[in-house]
Write a protein that binds this ligand. Structure first.
Ligand SMILES: Nc1ncnc2c1ncn2[C@@H]1O[C@H](COP(=O)(O)OP(=O)(O)O)[C@@H](O)[C@H]1O
Ligand SMILES: [Mg+2]
Length: 290
């Protein structure tokens, strides 16, 4: 029988406090889907070791939308890449609950559109499904559904180079959602888009998440995005990257991204997160890096 948790082992080159019980800030009362304890990532550089992430502990609840914000270079992508299995942590504990739904466990959406250039839009969206040997009829059903949801139906036979940046990013999102993973990892997925497309896609994502309730870990440097989308926001401290605070975002759902901004709680939370971020951005070691 397979264990209920997949434990990703560290590379173990750094003698951190791996495996020791840690009081994770903001541990939620609900069911934990992902548990990170005292996570450390050390990059070995020619100039010496660089500690990118240090003592990062967090529990992520099943079905929650969790955002991570923090200054540039604080380790947000590194944490996400470790969760995705694209990077190995140096020490600490990473546990991801395995479901028996048969669905893929994780899917990542990157900042840069990651559509495969030699495949049509439809084939890109179908890619993961075909790899899972889903019957052709079912693949077509899902592909049509997600192309329609992402307003890409007219472009199903186009190739990525024929699309705008926003459309390419919608292909990546359609592919991730069509694949129906239990956990979606999104690394600044809308950062490279123009303001209008960004708002439209945020609204799409909001509506999608409100119907699917997947576990989403969403990295962004936009406080607005974090407040609009999330159940909780993690503010990261920089150099080395760790959890500075975890805030609950109490707005009722379904949310309307425009109406939300008129809520007095919105500006209070915005100010609170901003002042915390400002402390980090103003750290001398962070300012020096820019
Ligand atoms: N493969 C790597 N080799 C060396 N240093 C890295 C590597 N990846 C990231 N870093 C460094 O680790 C720190 C955190 O990077 P990253 O997680 O990308 O930050 P963020 O996503 O918060 O902007 C940065 O200082 C970055 O330069
Ligand atoms: Mg990043």
């Amino acid at each position: 029988m397979s264990p209920p948790f997949r434990v990703i082992p560290p590379t173990g080159r750094n003698e951190g406090a791996a495996g020791l019980p840690v009081d994770a800030p903001g541990s939620p009362p609900g069911e934990t889907r992902i548990s990170l304890r005292d996570l450390t990532k050390v990059f070995r550089l020619r100039e010496g070791d660089f500690v990118a992430v240090d003592g990062f502990s967090l529990d992520i609840r099943d079905g929650e939308f969790l955002s991570i914000v923090g200054p540039s270079g604080c380790g947000k992508s590194t944490v996400l890449r470790i969760l995705a299995g694209l990077e190995r942590h140096t020490s600490g504990r990473v546990e991801i609950e395995v479901s028996d739904s048969g669905a893929p466990q994780l899917n990542m959406v990157f900042q840069e559109a990651s559509a495969l250039p030699w495949m049509t839009v439809a084939d890109n969206v179908a890619y993961g499904l075909r790899r899972r040997r889903m019957p052709a009829g079912e693949v077509e059903e899902k592909v049509s559904y997600w192309l329609n949801a992402m307003a890409l139906t007219r472009f199903r036979n186009a190739y990525p180079h024929q699309l705008s940046g926003g459309m390419k990013q919608r292909v990546s999102i359609a592919r991730a959602f069509a694949n129906d993973p239990d956990i979606l990892l999104m690394d600044e997925p809308f950062a490279a888009l123009d303001a209008l497309t960004k708002i439209l896609l945020q609204n799409e994502l909001l509506a999608l998440w409100e119907t699917t309730r997947k576990t989403v870990v969403y990295v962004t440097h936009s406080l607005e995005e974090a407040l609009t989308l999330s159940d909780r926001v993690v503010v990261m401290a920089a150099r080395p990257g760790t959890v500075k605070s975890v805030l609950d975002i109490p707005f009722e759902r379904p949310r309307d991204s425009v109406a939300l901004k008129a809520d007095p709680r919105y500006s209070a939370l915005y100010a609170q997160i901003w002042s915390q971020l400002q402390e980090e951005v103003m750290k001398p070691q962070v300012r020096d890096a820019h």
